[in-house]
Design a protein around this ligand. Sequence first.
Ligand SMILES: [Zn+2]
Length: 271
Amino acid sequence: MIWLVTALAVLWFSNRYAWWRSPVDWQCPRVLMYHMVSPHHPKAKFNGLRVTPERFEDQLAYLKRHGWRFFTLSELWDNWDRLPEKSVAITFDDGYADNLHQALPLLEKYDAKATLYLVVDRHDRDWSSNKKAHHDSGELAREPKLSDEAVRALIASRRFEIASHTLTHINMGTTAAEAKRHELLAAREQLESLFNVRVRSFAYPFGIHSYEDVRLARDCGYDTAVTTVDGIDPVIPRPDPMQLKRIKVSGKDNLLAFAMRLRGGRRGWKK
Ligand SMILES: [Zn+2]
C-alpha cells in the first residue's frame, strides 16, 4: 500500500514539475503568458488566469535574481539571433484593469516591461463563451477591464508595448473569413489611431488558429503573432514569427513550478 502511495506521489510530482526534462538552451528567449494579476476570488472558475500580486512579485524577483533581461515582444523578435542569454518577454492577454493597478507598479519596481494583447471592444464581454457555450458564467464580463485612459497610462510608463487581440475576442475556428479579416485589420487600425502607437504583434484568441489564420495575420500587417502552444522556440532555425510559442503562467503554480517551466517550457508528459 505504502509503495503505491509513494509511486503515485512521485508520478504527480514528476508531471507537475517535469524535473527530468533537461533545460532548454538559455540562449532561447522565453515568452510568458499572463492574464490578470489579482487575488483569487473564492470558488471562481478562472482563478488559473489570476496570478496573485504576491506571486507575480516573487516571479519578477526570481527573474531579476537569476539574471533574466526583459524585452517587449517586438524587441525580442527584432533581435532574435543577437539576444543575450536569459531574455524574457512578459505578455498579458485581454486587457484587465489590474494590469495597470497591480502589474505596472511591480514591473516598475523590478525594472521590467511587458506586452499587452488588448481586445478593442472589451467591456462587459464574457469571451469565455466564444470558446465553449457552457462557459458563460459572467465571471470575465464582471472583471474590470482597462479603460482607454488606463491604456494611455500604461503607454506613458514606457514599459508596455500595445498589441492586438482582435476587436471582440472572436473564436477564429468558428468565424467566417471576411469577419475574421475585419477583426484583425480593424483592431490594428483602431488601436493605432486611438493610442497613437504602432501595433506590430497579435495574439490568437484562445490560441485557436489554422494555417489560413496565420497567413491572414501576416496579411493584416502584423510582424509577429503569439499562440498558446506551450513551449520555447529555438534561436536557430528561426521559428515562424506568426506562430510563436509561450509559457503559460498559471495562477495555480507555485514558484518551483514557475522556475521549472522557465527551464523546460512545459509541464507534464506531453512531448
Ligand atoms: Zn484572450
